[in-house]
Design a protein around this ligand. Sequence first.
Ligand code: DC
Length: 223
Amino acid sequence: MPHLNIAIDGPAGAGKSTVAKALARRLGILYVDTGAMYRGVAWLALKHGVAVEREDELVELLQRHPLHFERNSDGGLDIYSDGQCINAELRNPQVSALVSQLSVHPRVRGVLTEWQRSFARRHSVVMDGRDVGTVVLPDAQVKVFLTASLEERTRRRAEEFQSKGYEMSLEELRTSIVERDERDSSRDVAPLRPASDAHPIDSTGRTVEDVVREILELVERCR
Ligand code: DC
């Protein structure tokens, strides 16, 4: 198969990671979750007591404790810090509350963007995030901007939180999603927005399989 890069961007809870993972599995290519990398930085900041406003200290922290990635049997990447797999820690509420605050820093983004591009150079990938189609992989063959209604995104997050045993009311979840989208869309560097050549898909009320099928048709068309 020729080298293929697929970019999937969109707001929190739109179903990006579920769709991207299923798509990567169908195509037999690597799934790269860029949000998990930003979450990894937030986890490091919490662990080492670095304030998310301190860009220089965050960059230094990443130099001292770089994140490592290993391909897992699921077709995605496990994230390691100092030899410890931290996947299970990345979606906890403390990390979620901090992550979009540190995502505004251009130098932090620069480090992560390089890691992301390096995966896409070496492998065919489905990569999801906020700026994949606009900044990380502007030449991706297929770009999707995935959305869903706020109600549906809140409900999906609530199910995810429940399954992990985290306590948060629907109202708190809705507020946190709105705040995160607002911060991700309004930052100066690499804000959340569709690439001009992205294909918009609204996943409200649709199954994962149905959305994956629509993207597979786009992939077929570009071959
Ligand atoms: O996709 P996610 O919810 O795991 O992403 C967590 C945060 O990381 C998101 O609120 C903003 C940031 N992020 C980003 O700025 N750029 C990306 N490409 C991916 C995530």
